[in-house]
Design a protein around this ligand. Structure first.
Ligand code: ATP
Length: 196
């Protein structure tokens, strides 16, 4: 069983994914982390990025993130090209992960843009992590030392939370860590019953 976990920037997805990772026999895949790793390890991605963005895309054989981020933030078409290069490779990598983790009770797949990339289609159940917009912005300002305008700009590439909630099976409220942990425990109980 594949359980999709999504939520907007700063909603608390990674915090929730870590709670699930503490359960025995749950295999957790964080799409963003794996995408970052693949951008440095996959020869296919590397050559496509160099072809699209030039030699400066890599510095000392490591992805030049700030160089690429600068281009795609200003140019949505380039962002589409970047996604078209990276997303299919992450998808393949995830499929291998699923095969390797057949014995897990379930696989938790975390992706901020689960619906936007249509990756919800291969999930059996979807969980959305929810927090008020104001809280999310405050969290990211603290975590990333960034500005409100920059965060709102990043949010433009994501669906609004309400739209995600409408298409999800469970909502995990991320306001206090204790309450969030309780909700995660309850959902895990339900999921392990369903996957028996
Ligand atoms: P992003 O999409 O930007 O990676 P995210 O949705 O994965 O963000 P996290 O990184 O999990 O969000 O959390 C953002 C910040 O909010 C972190 O600093 C985290 O400690 C804090 N936080 C997360 N969940 C809670 C919670 N339930 N209660 C209080 N603080 C929280």
């Amino acid at each position: 069983m594949i359980v999709g976990l999504t939520g907007g920037i700063g909603s608390g997805k990674t915090t929730v994914a870590k709670m699930f990772a503490n359960f025995k026999n749950v295999a957790v895949y964080i799409a963003d982390v794996e995408a970052k790793k693949l951008m440095n390890s996959s020869e296919k991605i590397k050559s496509a990025l160099i072809k699209t963005f030039g030699d400066q895309a890599y510095k000392n054989n490591t992805l030049n993130r700030s160089f690429i981020a600068n281009i795609v933030f200003k140019n949505p078409e380039k962002l589409t090209v970047l996604n078209a290069i990276v997303h299919p490779e992450v998808k393949k990598h995830f499929q291998e992960f699923v095969l390797l983790n057949q014995k897990a009770s379930y696989i938790l797949y975390e992706n901020a843009i689960l619906f936007e990339t249509k990756n919800n289609l291969f999930c059996d159940i979807i969980l959305v992590v929810s927090a008020p917009l104001k809280t999310r912005i405050e969290r990211i300002i603290l975590r990333d030392n960034t500005t409100e305008a920059e965060i709102i700009n990043r949010m433009k590439n994501q669906w609004l939370e309400d739209k995600k909630i409408l298409q999800s099976n469970y909502i995990i409220e991320s306001l206090s860590l204790e309450k969030t942990q309780n909700q995660v425990n309850n959902i895990h109980k339900i999921l392990t019953k369903k996957s028996c």
